[in-house]
Structure formats: C-alpha cells, structure tokens
Design a protein around this ligand. Structure first.
Ligand code: FMN
Length: 145
C-alpha cells in the first residue's frame, strides 16, 4: 500500500505531524511519501491507495476557524475515488476545520474517511491513534467496495 501525505504548514507543527504519520505508517510496514502543498507529485497521488491531507487552524482563536491557506488545498490534484483522511493542528480550538476539510476532499472527488484534530503540544499519541484509525477505515472501505 502506498500513502500520499500532503501538508500545509506555516511554523512547522503540521509538517512535524505529517512526518510522524509517515513514521507510524513505516512502523506498520506501510510505504508513504510526504509532500508540502506546493510540491505535490500528482502521479504519486494518482497511484496512491490512500491520501492524508493536513493543515493548521487559522482564525480568531475560538471564532471563524478555517483551514490554513485553504487556497493551496483547493488547488491540490483531483482525488477522484481516493480514500482520503484529513487532520489539522491547532492551539486552542479547531472549530469546524475538519468538517470544512472533509467538504474540500469531496469537492476534489475524494471519498472521506474522516479526520482528527491534533493539539499542537500533544501530537504523538494522537498521531498513533489517527494512523491506526485511518488504516482501519481504509480497510473497511475497501472491503465494502
Ligand atoms: C494567523 C494564525 C491564526 C490562528 N488561529 C487559530 C485559531 O483560530 N484557533 C486555534 O486553535 N489555533 C489557531 N492558530 C494556531 C495554529 O493553528 C497552530 O499553532 C498550528 O499548530 C500551527 O501549525 P503550523 O506550525 O503547521 O503552521 C493560529 C495560528 C496563526 C499563525
């Protein structure tokens, strides 16, 4: 199985989360590649069995939260029929950023497997939990397809 992990990061936290997910996949014997939104290998994404997209929470702390640099996410390669999971990193309150990202995945043609918000100071256990859930959701989606 090949997994494409795509991240948008301003100060490095979401990038760190993306690489922690790759580490966790590797630990489980699953190959992945990690791309910043401005250097995505569209061919790798087209051939991937699973796509994971992460960004940071932008907003007024507990109001008006939106995916950070949403414009970069909207411009990602098409995800037609791809099982896709999302994550975000936040400081205080992620609001409805995951739902907004899931909507975006749908607009790109992907099949949403759900997502998780990671507090920026507590990435590690959350990443392990998220990765396990995503692998299970992808297996379930494949079995019922
Ligand atoms: C301009 C700006 C706005 C932010 N707005 C919010 C917010 O509304 N709610 C929140 O919980 N965190 C907010 N944050 C915190 C970031 O989402 C958090 O630190 C995130 O982990 C940063 O990820 P990055 O290091 O990948 O850029 C904001 C950060 C910035 C720079």
């Amino acid at each position: 199985m090949d997994v494409a992990i795509i991240f948008e990061s301003m100060t490095g936290t979401t990038e760190r989360a993306a690489f922690l997910i790759a580490d966790e996949l590797f630990r489980r014997g699953i190959a992945s590649r990690v791309f910043p939104t401005n250097a995505v290998d569209a061919d790798y994404v087209a051939g991937a069995d699973l796509v994971i997209i992460g960004t940071w929470v932008d907003g007024l702390i507990a109001l008006g939260q939106r995916p950070g640099r949403k414009g970069k996410l909207v411009a990602l390669p098409r995800l037609d029929g791809k099982p896709t999971a999302v994550f975000c990193t936040y400081a205080v309150n992620p609001g409805k950023v995951l739902q907004k990202m899931e909507r975006l995945v749908g607009e790109l043609g992907g099949t949403s497997l759900g997502g998780m918000a990671f507090h920026r100071k507590r990435l590690d256990p959350a990443v392990r939990d998220f990765t396990g859930r995503v692998i299970a959701a992808r297996a379930e989606a494949t079995a019922s397809a």
